[in-house]
Design a binder for this molecule. Sequence first.
Ligand code: SF4
Length: 940
Amino acid sequence: MAKQKLANLQKTDAAPLPYHSEDDLYRQRWQWDRVVWGTHCVDCYPGNCPYRVYIKDGIVLHEEQAATYNTIEEGVPDLNPMGCQKGAMWGQMLYSKERILYPMKRVGERGSGRWKRITWDDALTEWADAVVDAIKEVGPESIVHEVMGAQGGTMALSSVSRFMGKVGGLSMDLDGTTSDLAMGLYETFGKIFASTVDDWFHSELLLIWHMNPAYTRIPYYHYITEARYKGAEVAIFAPDFSPSAPHTDWYVPVRPGTDAAIGLAMCKVIVDEGLYDETFMKEQTDLALLVRRDNGRFLRGNDVDAGGRAEQFFFLDSKTGDIAKAPRANLDVGKVAPALDGLVKVKLVDGSEVECEPVFALVRERLKDYTPEKAAEISGAGADSIRYLARKAAKCKTNILLGFNSPKYYHGDLMERSMILMLALTGNWGKKGTGIRIWCVGPWDGIGLFGAKSRPGPEASMEIVDMLDRMVDVMQQEDPDRTREQAMVELETRTVGMGNTTPPAFFWYFQCGYKENWNKAEWSDPAMKRPFDDYMNEALQKGWWAGVARPMDDKPTRIYIECGGDTLRRTRGGGNMLLKNLWPKLTKVVTIDWRMSTTAMYSDIVLPCATHTEKINFHYATVHTLQLILNDRGAAPQGESLPEWHIFRRLCKKVEERAKAKGFTEYVDSRGVARRLDNLYDQYTMGGEFEDDERVVEEWVQDTAIAGTLPKGTTLDTMREKGVMRFTSIGRSGAMLSQACDLKEDETFCPLRWHVEQKLPYPTETQRAQFYIDHEWFLEADEQLPKHKENPKMGGDYPLVMTTGHNRWSIHAANIINKTMQETNQGRPFMFMNVNDAAERGVNEGDLVRAYNDMGEFKVWVKLTPAVRPGTVIVYNGFEPFQFPGWKDPSWVEAGMVKWLHLAGGYKQFRFRPLCWQPVQVDRSVPLEVELVEPALNGS
Ligand code: SF4
């Protein structure tokens, strides 16, 4: 198809065709003088679709899918052709009315919509003055930026992060701000991971859970249909009969927030019918480890031996009837026959005796509460569906296609742990076509190396690679039981305080007013026995967040930089909380964007940035494809817009100038790091070597090849020739070592294979996939094992609950006000409502309603549907707040709660490093009521 399209195009190096008829006009429309590689560096995760972009006279004419990915594994369909409707029309958006073309400064109140055009020099001077004053008066921690992948790709992220790193500002962690962190995976495996999407093809049972791939995985959806065509069965679990549901074999309805009950009922069927894989459970999981009956803690080495290790765990050996040490360096149980049931009396160091039993015995006990009938009563799912799917999972290569929905539930971790327990019982991970997944960055190691270098060139990169290897060696020497993965995790965890990435929970608590909401017992889990403040204080006093619990209340935020995101839309509680609590503290709000977002509307300065095809860039590399994909420069930036690199480079120059003028050029940040502003430009550009963004990208590619994750000798020219390139190795980063799988050139990528095939331990407290968590807080919450808990009433006790998900017509809010895209939907926000719920409230199709709870309210138009279960309303994510009456969107009824348990620390897998363990805000299943405000005109 691509070839046929190309044939219709003519490369014009000659004079335009003479005009004969209107046919000639049509032909001229398809003339081009330049073609570059393109993609769309937005958070369409996983995205990474290669495009060819056709340019004439410096203007993007159109773009089309390139379909250039190679076949990886014999017999597995390739990725081609990839794309979505947003990508296909992005060329038009470059020239659309929503483009910001010039720097602008507000002249009215924030949010008044009154602006004036200013010069770049004026804008940077005002911004730089505010930066220098904030550092002088409060310290660099008063400058905050939320790491956000929504727009601008790696170039936007690297540019702003480098500036923050140089001045000592705070970058809020990406997984913390997006709430995309699957805490249940983290609690179980001590890490997050993913397979490549082509690995789905190997599955025999696909369970789509918390995902709506027909909307959100458009380029990859074909793997689900191809697997099904090959014979796989597909089931979807969702509260609504979602757009993905008609294409599956099984639709399992779920009352929002009750998925754990379904997962545990599936486990009960598998256990009761003896369908479980004992070998896998004993070796890969903690299910055979002994737990003390007196205190609910694991039996540990220092319980039975005064000099024993606390990290030593024990089995009950069914051959001897005695306890046996569970191996730490390797999961192979050797000659021991670990029991899954039974009791054993163990003599402790103080001479007393304690009874111990394996975790699996406790699991059996817990599962008594989850018969399929009971789970059906809780969730609304059919008991027979639960039985059928459980039996099927026990026989098949089963793959849970987990979306980003469960992490946004208060008890999403319990849901995920229940699902993973089902996979554990059936031996379903670490083998092709099996497992579960979440967001993961790919092995784009050159960017990290570039950030660590103080001088350009390959030698500096090699020195850092060597140093890193030596540091990991030291971590392994410190504990010879540590695997390379564990040693890297240890290194990254210990050094996290040296970076500027921090979990946003402390920012929300100390600066944004969420402390009050989080302390409302009636909005929290009833298992939270003490006020939230008690847990926060305990966590801080025990040093569980040492080095990253910033900014505290003594460092009020002064400067907010928005680059790549839309904070007032995305933050749970958004405008309601931030405009009230954070905005008044800010001396300067600067937004860098190509369009006017809601955050831009409330900013002091808005700066226009270049976007796709106007600057050189790369899509976020992801484990889902393991390909690096170029987004080349081909057209001039519109108006006065600039690539982010140039914006921050110029800002550095201006800060340097203003700092000198103010006589404030040196300071020490709150960690004792001495910093200088009088050479900031040299620091940023490495002595002027990296003034141009193309030079930066060149170095990224070269450094990635040096790190060994791209073929040796790969350069920017190679990328320009090929457009895409598959990574050749997983590299050194903790994120990629956590995948625990070798990257082979002719195989789909399936994580956790090192654990299953080589028996390497997991980075958890017990060295195993861990279902029993004996942390004191988890015991207090009765969450030592997975269970179902009702969603807290976050925002009050109301009869309806609101859920959400990504819409079909926009990547987050990026395309939502584009005219072409608006013509594919209603062009205004809407709430899906069940016909019966609407009738009870006198609401009809198209009516304007008010949705409210104790947090706030918003107004929205209604769409009636029988596909949404009674008691639930859905407002898709991605509408801009300014599209709603009064600029109030659904975030105005969100309390922005976090689960207190996720402040826990002092446990192997409960330690922060970027993109890992931390509390995140939740927004699913928000209670509210709806009332009619205004009937639709003409009843429609
Ligand atoms: Fe692919 Fe993302 Fe572009 Fe859509 S917007 S075509 S998913 S890269």
